[in-house]
Design a protein around this ligand. Structure first.
Ligand SMILES: [Zn+2]
Length: 87
């Protein structure tokens, strides 16, 4: 997914991948991720995008690194380009 802060690969693990400067960087990371998680590939990327940001709750999100939270928090923080991974 593309956000104003870069490209992210959403995963079902505790950490999303990103941000990446371009979509192809994100795709490359996605392929590596799939190789790392061969045994669960099909489920790994049943992406939640259909739900989108509207239903995503930063307060209850359990991910350590989450694209949606990153986007939400950076929007809250304004224009600051903050890539820290505080949870
Ligand atoms: Zn989140």
């Amino acid at each position: 997914m593309k956000t104003h802060s870069g490209w992210w690969v959403k995963t079902r693990e505790s950490q999303d991948l990103g941000p990446y400067p371009t979509g192809s960087d994100a795709r490359e990371a996605l392929h590596k991720h799939i190789q790392t998680h061969q045994d669960q590939t099909e489920r790994t990327f049943s992406i939640e995008l259909s739900h989108g940001m509207a239903v995503h709750d930063v307060a209850t999100c359990s991910k350590q690194t989450c694209a949606l939270c990153h986007e939400a928090l950076s929007l809250i923080a304004g224009a600051t380009d903050n890539n820290s991974q505080r949870s």
